[in-house]
Every structure is written in structure tokens, then in C-alpha cells.
Ligand binder design. Structure first.
Ligand code: 3HC
Ligand code: NAI
Length: 698
């Protein structure tokens, strides 16, 4: 029998109520039920004059059990448990350590006193899951902190550090040490000596409202969380509740909470949260021990190599960066030093830490012998097969046996790179995204025959660098860039048929992406697309429709932001459409005898998303992504897919796969080559099932 998640004990006059529900003490049904029993025991125990509520393990409660959302709610409900706690006629002290989040903080707000241990962080992150605090948080927190700090905490979902929580009045005191039970007994004894009674937050006066500050907050939240419901609902419920008796405020909160729990945005955001954790659960790596990684080599110190070096340095790893000559090595050294300086300016790193990193952890070289002790090397030289193969020939000669040899290639066949070494099983792709020290996605590209412990080492490195690592198979563009190419082609086809690039970008940003495909190309540089197109020209199917205006822009030297113009002009505070682009496109339409027609934003989205989902289904069907959730996480973290839509394949399930398939068949009447339905999509639709069924097959 498993141990009860809530236990009751007494030491002298102090009752000890302990929650022990690993890994994060989430308040699921067994915990709520256990709390009701323990609180009843405390109330009925004549020898107990004060209760201490605390948690075992690494942290106080991380919130309600996310996995229960979507299932029918089961009594006892958390607001009722908290009401029972607060109504006790004997005082309860909550002792908080680790993180006290969501329903966890709400439970603590129902206690009469709150003590924090060093490093504790508090927060109400519900809005990141598409809901609002549903157990009194919107009504109790503002009574302690005032309205605006509470609204800021809820809408930002940030974690508040111990000192700030004390200053805001959320915590009554901080105690040293790491043992919540001991700290609780100590402060409980003091409260008893003072004869302290229950002190109920619900009985405190409602907060004042500052209309001007509220207007400003609403405006900034509307802009920052465009398309999302939860943040504005949190504001509305909190503010309305502040004008009502406490019990009415709680009813209002509960009704809004239950409404949001049933919303598609909640389903999408919880899917994103769980998918981010599931990507690292790989059955074939179960029980595989990774190799040790402390010393890293990076080859090439350009845009990606220097970013990768910074990511590794900030994670405490030792980095040797190799460039092709001393001048390039000096430039790479300066670029890494500058990025670290930017981190100091943004308060992410101290000046001393930067100096220590540069003197003790980092060096540049142009001599491969300097890499002989490296545990793992990441190559980030030009995207050219011969250059990369020459680098790997050198690595094979100089790196120690067992070193993992990785390439950051965007598109090239990793097996061909590995083939120049005598240890192809140690070669894999570690595909970072630009800027590499900022972007959280890492595609771990696994060629056939890669050693499982080399792959496991890639995942351990990803975790150390605080990346979200997704396993990908080898193909042109792996998961993300391959899908992106299909989206870009779809966008180009829409433009060829009559929309302009700015209409496409606007529709895509209105859907929730931070940028549209043409603004992204300007940011990345039109030269990148140009070389990819050139490389592929020889192998193209003659039926493929490929827009050519990009070559015209390239020939004029309009490479996007870096040259001041591309699809947009960058000559003022805001980019504006480049008027000549439309004329160039119009000439191409005329040459192809296309009469342009209008496109409504809905049709643009339908085509763009159908292309995205169709290619994603191919990527899953071919085993390039292991599961649909791997695609979702890739698009969320590397390509700006709106998180509140869950990821493209979660979105596809929500639309209904037969609907998407029907749309694709309609589009295929104009372009049967591009709009071939992916076999997996057709199969799932025919069987009446979903992409989600492949995430949890068991
Ligand atoms: N419910 C269920 N499982 C949870 C959970 C929760 N609230 N929070 C974390 N977990 C699980 C994770 O899924 C993961 O499971 P796995 O081992 O099977 O992959 C495990 O706990 C460990 O989580 P992390 O890998 O995220 O561990 P970290 O140490 O990196 O982070 C954390 C810990 C900061 C607590 C982070 O997990 C987190 O942010 N959790 C969610 C917090 C949250 O959003 N709380 C609000 C919930 S909604 C609510 O409370 C409603 C209320 O108002 C009524
Ligand atoms: P870059 O042109 O900025 O940098 C390449 C660096 O490699 C230069 O500093 C160059 O001096 C150096 N180099 C070239 N040949 C070398 C050799 N033989 N030995 C040592 N150093 C050598 O290129 P960028 O953008 O950093 O790209 C590098 C790799 O990363 C490419 O494979 C690219 O496809 C990939 N990539 C690029 C992304 C991006 O957004 N730029 C994103 C993800 C991957």
C-alpha cells in the first residue's frame, strides 16, 4: 500500500500536518481528501493548540494536479478545503520552502500565518495554463499585497522571491535552515507563547482600486497577451471581487475558473506544459548511461558557434573554440566577450563572474590538438558539406576515443558527415536556434547507427544548457526547418495567386505568431533562402511551383534587415513595406499568366496551417519526429507557434482531422503536387482518431 499523502502528528501542543506527494506535492484528489481528514483531526485534538502545515521533499506545493484538468471535478474541492482551514478556531502556520505555486500558495493564504525558508519562491502561474487562480487567490492575495502587486503577480505569472514576498506581506517571516518541520515548530512555539489566534485573510479589508493604474495595466496586458483570455479574466475577477463581500468574490472566481478549465486555451496550454516534459522521456534511452561532459569544443565562432559557446559557458562548462585562423579566433573571442558583457548589462551575470568565465573557462585556438581532452565537440562552420567533412576528418584525428562529435548543420545529411570518421556511431546533430544562448529549442538529430549513450549525452547536455531537447531523425531540415519550408512554399503560393506579403504576415501574426514568414526572412537574411534554393534547384520535381522573386531581391542586394531593405524597408522607427517588392511580384504573376485575386485572412490561415499540419504529419509518419508532441514542442520553442494554441498538431486535432483533409483536397484541385495529403493524416482521419492518440499510445 502506498503511504498516505497527508499525515497528522503532534509534538506537545503543536499539530504537524505534513503533505508528502512527490515529485512536487501537487494537490490532487488524495491530498485534498487527506487534508480534510487531518484538519478534522486537528480540530478535534484537545491537546493541539496550533497547527503547522508543511511539505516533505524538495518543495512546498506546486499547485493543483494539472493532470486532473479535463476530468470531472471530485469533491472535496480545493476552495472548500481552504475555507475549512481558514475557519478553524485554532491558528495554523504554513511553512513554505522550494516553490509554493498556484493552489499551493492559495492553501498557504488560507492559513493564518506564513513562514518562508531561504530561497522560497511564490507565485500564481495559473494564467500560463489558461486558467485563473481558482481557490481564493484572486480574492486573498490582493487583501495582503494591495490590488496592483497582486494583479501584476497573477498576470505575469512570475515567481516572487522570499524577500519581496516578505516586503509585500505575503510572508510574515523568514527563517534560516532547510527543515520546514523544525522551522515550523520553532515559530509555532513563539506564536503559542504570544497566544496568537487565527488571523483570517478573508476578514481583511478589500483592496483599494486605482482606476488610472488599472487602465494602464489592462492596456499592457491586452497588448502582451493578445489572443489569450486568462490574464484579462484574472484582472476582471479580482477587480470585481474587490467590490463585493468576500464570499461573493469567491463565487465569481470559481465560476470563471471552471469556465476556463473547460476552454480550448486551457487544453492547449496544459498540453504544451506536459509535452515539454514528455519530449525527454524516450523509451529507447531508458537505462542508458550518458557519457560525462565537462569540456566542450566548438568549431566555428560565427553567429551560431559563439552563441553555443556562451550557452555552454553560462552553464558552467569549459569551452575551447576553434576557428580557421588567428584573426577569426580573435573575432570569435571578442564576440563571446561582448555577449557576456550584454548579460552583465542585463543583470543576468556579475562582472566578476564574466571575468572568471573568460579567464578560467574559455579559450580560442586554431589548433585541433587543443581539443584532445574535449568530451563533446559541436561544429558550427559554414553550411557546406566539404567544409564540414574536412572539419570532421580533423576531429576524428585529434579527439579522444568516446568524445561525442556533433554538427549544428541546418539541412545537411549527417550520415555523410559521420562517414568521414572512423567512429560514425559517436556523431550526431545538435541543432541550435539563433541566438543559441537565448532560444530554448535544441533538436537532437540522430542518424541511423548512432550509439544510444552518445544520444543520451546530447539530452544531458541539453538539460544542462536549460534547453528543451527534441529528438529528430535525419532528413532535409529535420523537424522544424522542414516544416518551415512547406509553410514558406504555401505562403509564396498565396502571394503568387494575389495576396501581398504584408497581408500574409498580418494574418499570421493575428493568428498568434510573433512574426510572419516574410518578416522572418528579412530577419534571417534573404541570402540564406537563396543558397538553399540554389542547392535544391537541380533535384526539383518539375511540377513544383517555386516563386522566383526572392532571387530578384537577392540580386539587388536586398537581403533584409542587415542591408536596410528586403520585403520591408528599415529606414524608420518601424519597418514598412518595400513598395518595389509588390511590383516585382506583379511582374512574376504576369509572366506566369496569373490573374491576382483577393485573399481574406481566414483563407490565408487555412492554407498556411494546412500546409504546416500536412508536412508535420509526414514528419511524424516517416519517424523523423517520434510523436506528434515532438513536433508541437519544436514549433512552440523554435518557431514562435502561439503556445495558447498548443502546437500545430494539438491545433489540428482541435479543428478535426477530416476538416483539414477536406480543405487539402480542395486546395489540391489547383496544385495537386503540393497538396498531396500526408498518408498519416489521411489514415488518422479515416480511422476517426487523432494525433493525440499517438502521444499516449499505451
Ligand atoms: N501537477 C501535476 N504534475 C506536476 C505539476 C502539477 N501542478 N507540476 C509539476 N508536475 C510534474 C511534472 O509534469 C513533472 O513530471 P514528470 O517527472 O513525469 O515529467 C514533475 O512534476 C517535475 O516537474 P518539472 O520537470 O517541471 O520540475 P522542475 O523542478 O523543473 O519545476 C515546478 C518544478 C516549478 C513546480 C514546475 O513543475 C511548474 O512550474 N509546475 C507547474 C506549476 C503551476 O502551474 N501551478 C499551478 C497549477 S494550476 C492551480 O494550482 C489551480 C488552482 O488555482 C486551483
Ligand atoms: P557564420 O558564417 O556566422 O559562422 C561560420 C563560422 O565558421 C565563421 O566564423 C567561419 O570563420 C568559421 N569557419 C568556417 N570554416 C571553418 C573551418 N574550416 N574551421 C573553423 N572555422 C571555420 O555561420 P552561422 O550562421 O554561425 O552558421 C554555422 C552553422 O550553423 C551552419 O551549418 C548553419 O547552417 C547552422 N545554423 C545556423 C543558424 C542561423 O540562424 N544562422 C541556425 C541553426 C544552425
Amino acid at each position: 500500500m502506498t503511504q498516505a499523502p497527508v499525515t497528522y502528528a503532534r509534538q506537545g501542543e503543536i499539530a504537524l500536518i505534513c503533505i508528502d506527494n512527490p515529485p512536487v506535492n501537487a494537490i490532487g484528489h488524495p491530498v485534498r481528501a487527506g487534508l480534510v481528514v487531518a484538519l478534522d483531526q486537528f480540530a478535534a485534538d484537545p491537546a493541539a493548540r496550533l497547527g503547522v502545515l508543511y511539505c516533505a521533499g524538495r518543495s512546498f506545493i506546486a499547485g493543483a494536479d494539472i493532470r486532473e484538468f479535463g476530468a470531472p471535478p471530485r469533491a472535496p474541492f480545493l476552495p472548500d478545503v481552504i475555507a475549512q482551514l481558514e475557519a478553524l478556531d485554532k491558528p495554523v502556520l504554513a511553512v513554505l520552502h522550494g516553490t509554493a505555486l498556484g493552489g499551493g500558495l492559495e492553501l498557504a493564504l488560507g492559513a493564518h500565518y506564513r513562514l518562508g525558508l531561504p530561497g522560497v519562491k511564490l507565485g500564481l502561474p495559473e494564467t500560463t495554463l489558461g486558467i485563473i487562480p481558482g481557490a481564493g487567490g484572486t480574492q486573498r492575495l490582493p487583501r495582503l499585497t494591495g490590488l496592483h502587486p497582486a494583479l501584476e503577480i497573477m498576470t505575469s505569472a512570475r515567481q516572487v522571491a522570499a524577500d519581496e514576498a516578505l516586503a509585500l506581506g505575503i510572508l510574515d517571516a523568514l527563517a534560516p535552515g532547510t527543515d520546514p518541520r523544525a522551522a515550523g515548530l520553532e515559530m509555532g512555539g513563539r506564536l503559542l507563547a504570544q497566544d496568537a489566534g487565527p488571523r483570517r485573510v478573508s476578514a481583511m479589508p478589500a483592496p483599494e482600486i486605482d482606476p488610472e493604474a488599472l487602465r494602464n495595466l489592462r492596456a499592457s496586458v491586452a497588448a502582451r497577451f493578445k489572443g489569450q483570455i486568462a490574464q484579462m479574466t484574472a484582472i476582471d475577477v479580482t477587480v470585481s471581487g474587490a467590490g463585493l463581500p468576500f464570499a461573493d468574490g469567491i463565487h465569481l472566481e470559481r465560476a470563471a475558473f471552471l469556465r476556463l478549465v473547460d476552454s480550448p486555451q486551457r487544453a492547449a496550454l496544459v498540453h504544451a506544459f506536459l509535452a515539454e516534459r514528455k519530449v525527454a522521456h524516450l523509451p529507447d534511452l531508458q537505462g542508458v548511461s550518458p557519457r560525462a561532459v565537462e569540456q566542450i569544443g566548438v568549431i566555428g565562432g560565427g553567429r551560431m558557434g559563439s552563441g553555443i559557446a556562451v550557452a555552454a559557458l553560462l552553464a558552467g562548462l569549459d569551452v575551447t573554440l576553434l576557428e580557421r585562423d588567428t584573426a577569426s579566433a580573435a573575432a570569435a573571442q571578442a564576440s563571446v566577450a561582448q555577449t557576456l558583457e550584454d548579460s552583465v548589462r542585463r543583470g543576468k551575470l556579475t562582472g566578476d563572474a564574466r571575468a572568471r568565465i573568460l579567464s578560467d573557462q574559455f579559450r580560442t585556438t586554431n589548433d585541433y590538438a587543443a581539443l584532445s581532452d574535449c568530451d563533446l565537440v559541436i561544429e558550427a562552420v559554414f553550411e557546406d558539406m566539404d567544409t564540414k567533412r574536412a572539419v570532421f576528418t580533423q576531429l576524428d584525428q585529434h579527439c579522444k576515443p568516446g568524445a561525442v562529435l556533433a554538427t549544428n548543420t541546418s539541412y545537411l545529411d549527417i550520415a555523410q558527415i559521420a562517414a568521414v570518421t572512423r567512429r560514425p556511431a559517436d556523431v550526431l546533430g545538435l541543432h541550435f536556434f539563433s541566438p543559441a544562448h537565448v532560444m530554448r529549442l535544441l533538436e537532437i538529430v540522430v542518424p541511423e547507427g548512432a550509439a544510444p549513450d552518445a544520444v543520451a549525452t546530447g539530452f544531458v547536455l541539453g538539460k544542462r544548457l536549460r534547453k528543451v531537447s527534441v529528438r529528430a531523425g535525419v532528413c532535409d531540415g529535420f523537424i522544424g526547418n522542414r516544416i518551415l519550408q512547406a509553410c514558406r512554399a504555401a505562403a509564396d503560393h498565396i502571394v503568387l495567386m494575389g495576396a501581398n506579403p504584408y497581408e500574409v504576415d498580418r494574418a499570421i501574426t493575428d493568428f498568434g505568431f510573433p512574426m510572419g514568414p516574410y518578416a522572418v526572412q528579412d530577419l534571417a537574411g534573404l541570402d540564406i533562402g537563396f543558397f538553399t534554393r540554389q542547392r535544391k534547384a537541380a533535384t526539383r520535381d518539375p511540377r513544383e511551383v517555386v516563386a522566383r522573386w526572392g532571387d530578384v531581391l537577392h540580386a539587388r542586394g536586398w537581403l533584409g534587415r542587415k542591408t536596410g531593405q528586403g520585403y520591408y524597408l528599415y529606414d524608420g522607427p518601424k519597418p514598412r513595406p518595400n513598395p518595389e517588392v509588390e511590383a516585382i511580384i506583379a511582374r512574376e504573376r504576369a509572366a506566369r499568366r496569373i490573374s491576382p485575386r483577393d485573399f481574406a485572412p481566414d483563407e490565408i490561415i487555412a492554407r498556411y496551417m494546412a500546409a504546416l499540419v500536412n508536412e508535420a504529419a509526414r514528419v511524424v509518419g516517416e519517424g523523423i519526429a517520434m510523436r506528434p508532441l515532438d513536433v508541437d514542442v519544436t514549433l512552440l520553442h523554435g518557431y514562435g507557434f502561439p503556445r495558447w494554441r498548443g502546437g500545430p498538431l494539438h491545433w489540428a486535432d482541435a479543428q478535426g482531422l477530416p476538416v483539414l483533409l477536406h480543405q487539402i483536397s480542395g486546395f489540391a484541385r489547383e496544385d495537386a503536387y503540393f497538396w498531396q495529403p500526408a498518408p498519416l493524416l489521411a489514415d488518422l482521419a479515416a480511422r476517426g482518431t487523432s494525433f493525440a492518440s499517438l502521444n499516449d499510445p499505451g
